[in-house]
Design a protein around this ligand. Structure first.
Ligand SMILES: *Cc1c(COP(=O)(O)O)cnc(C)c1O
Length: 246
């Protein structure tokens, strides 16, 4: 990101992001209301989340359990206005924190994690909203269930009592090749449609989200978005700037 972009105010960055989304929607014949922004606040402080909230964003993504839980607690006074999404890899010994603190979990890639999340969801809490992460890049990426196994995992998650299966998520390998980006997202939407029709009617009604697209490939995600699903683009850099190295 250039220095000029770095010095933009948060409001200007949101406006620039929305303009990118609108342009892509126009280009590919999609509706901007179908594109949801998940602000990825990882590595940025609670004050950045507050700034984004004041600018009209409500959904925030974190990919480290401890960092995310700390931020949720720091912002507990705003809890009702905030929707917290866990988007990182998760070990089974950390499922309890996610089940207790987050609203959404995007990166479920095995049954054991799903079962634990359901068992550990606090009584009386709204079901945890879940996406299955699919490894659409084959050997180029480690996280996610293989496409051939996504349907079986999704169907088993749909039967767990304290989870609501909302859709599919993917993090394709980084590439500037837009045709390749699009082919990965197209694979995800193909699976989405296949799984959707296989779900029992009550669960089918909730299966409505494609978690795909980041700062560098959101146009490709919009190009492949489906009319019957919301596309949730997970945006860090384009909103908060370049992340400090950990
Ligand atoms: C960090 C992260 C993002 C945001 O990436 P940007 O390129 O900064 O927009 C999106 N999704 C996941 C899973 C991430 O970990």
């Amino acid at each position: 990101m250039s220095q000029a972009e770095e010095s933009n105010s948060f409001t200007e960055r949101i406006a620039a992001l929305k303009a990118r989304i609108d342009t892509a929607c126009n280009q590919y014949g999609k509706h901007p209301e179908q594109i949801k922004i998940l602000a990825v606040s990882k590595t940025f402080p609670a004050s950045s989340v507050k700034e984004a909230l004041a600018a009209g964003l409500h959904a925030f993504g974190e990919n480290y359990v401890q960092e995310g839980v700390e931020k949720i607690q720091q912002l507990i006074a705003h809890r009702r206005s905030l929707e917290w999404h866990f988007i990182g890899p998760l070990q089974s010994n950390k499922t309890k924190e996610v089940a207790e603190h987050f609203d959404w979990m995007h990166s479920v890639d095995r049954e054991k994690i799903a079962r634990r999340l359901s068992e550990q969801r606090p009584p009386g809490a709204k079901p945890l909203q879940v996406c299955v992460q699919v490894n659409v890049s084959g050997e180029n990426s480690k996280s996610g269930v293989m496409p051939s196994e996504a349907s079986a995992l999704a169907l088993s998650i749909a039967s767990l009592p304290n989870l609501t299966l909302r859709g599919l998520m993917a993090i394709p390998e980084p590439t500037e090749d837009e045709a390749l980006q699009r082919s990965r997202f197209a694979e995800l939407t193909r699976l989405f449609q296949e799984i959707r029709v296989a779900l029992p009617a009550p669960q089918q009604a909730h299966f409505d989200t494609l978690s795909m697209g980041m700062s560098a490939d959101l146009e490709a995600a919009i190009a492949e978005s489906l009319p019957q699903a919301a596309t949730m683009v997970r945006i860090g850099t384009a909103l908060f700037g370049v992340r400090p190295t950990r």
